[in-house]
Design a protein around this ligand. Structure first.
Ligand code: ADP
Ligand code: MG
Ligand code: MG
Length: 269
């Protein structure tokens, strides 16, 4: 079953009007893990943020269907309620608000929208303790203020905690491996794997193959920004199905590594 269908998506930076995405195509089926790689500035974060409805960007063309519904018509909050989650490359700090209060609020807001009764503090503590265990995180995370004074690695873990608590059918993970040492990367990757079920999908943005060795994608896409802000999506099949779209090269994950090393020229089709 198709979960996300992006067709000929174009988008610009709202403030400057600079066109960043020019005709991006991507189809994600339920349960699939996809990775996007590409050089800095190729538009990976822009694409991720456009999907969650970030106000810095304006969609200028194309369509995005999520569970068959027009995602671009929805407010960011509706997208989240519909089952979309994004961990940001640079998570924001919320001074003075503890993680547990923040998550309790966010989770109850979601339950309310879904017509479910809100959880009281004790019930929530019970729920979040179980979620913490799944992602193998210490309970002291709950008492700290949201991302305040967190190291880069702790911020990334905190994003995964939010995902664990709020849940998502499609989790967009933008560079969750940045700033992590090898052990922390392993932990974070395994935490994401623990949250996965056969129905859940992931779209991860990364520069490093290391993350893909832990969270194993079915497809790797390479975003390339050419002159004139053209963004292409090259699709590399890791295993399984072939997609329509701009397939320049089909191969296994090693091609993504090759591209990182040699650049676009290195994978001439
Ligand atoms: P990536 O995540 O692949 O490194 P980005 O999507 O962050 O790339 O950026 C793509 C291009 O758009 C870059 O040139 C970046 O400077 C520019 N850009 C992205 N967001 C903004 C913004 N909010 N304001 C100004 N420029 C932006
Ligand atoms: Mg970048
Ligand atoms: Mg980025």
């Amino acid at each position: 079953k198709v979960l996300l269908e992006v067709k000929d998506l174009t988008a610009k930076i709202a403030e400057s009007g600079t066109q960043i995405l020019k005709g991006l195509n991507l189809v994600i089926y339920e349960g699939e893990i996809h990775a996007i790689m590409g050089k800095n500035g190729s538009g990976k974060s822009t694409f991720s943020k456009v999907l969650v409805g970030h106000p810095d960007y304006e969609v200028t063309g194309g369509t995005v269907l999520f569970k068959g519904e027009n995602l671009l018509d929805m407010e960011p909050e509706e997208r989240s309620l519909a089952g979309l989650f994004m961990s940001f490359q640079s998570p924001v700090e919320i001074p003075g608000v503890s993680n547990s209060d923040f998550l309790n609020m966010a989770y109850n807001a979601r339950r309310k929208k879904l017509g479910l009764p809100e959880l009281g503090p004790l019930e929530f503590y019970d729920y979040i303790s179980r979620r913490l265990k799944i992602v193998n995180m210490d309970t002291n995370f709950l008492n700290r203020n949201v991302n305040e004074g967190f190291s880069g690695g702790e911020k990334k873990r905190n994003e995964i905690l939010q995902l664990a608590v709020l849940g998502a059918d499609l989790a967009i993970l933008d560079e969750i491996d940045s700033g992590l040492d090898v052990d922390a990367l392993q932990d974070v990757g395994e935490a994401v794997n623990e949250l996965l079920t056969p129905q859940k999908s992931v779209l991860m943005v990364t520069h490093y193959q290391r993350l893909l060795d832990i969270i194993k994608p079915k497809f790797v896409h390479i975003m390339v920004r050419l002159l004139g802000n053209m963004v292409l999506m090259l699709q590399l099949k890791v295993h399984g199905r072939r997609e329509d779209g701009k397939i320049v090269k089909t191969g296994d994950i090693s091609i993504a590594v090759q591209l990182e090393k040699e650049g676009y020229k290195g994978i001439s089709s």
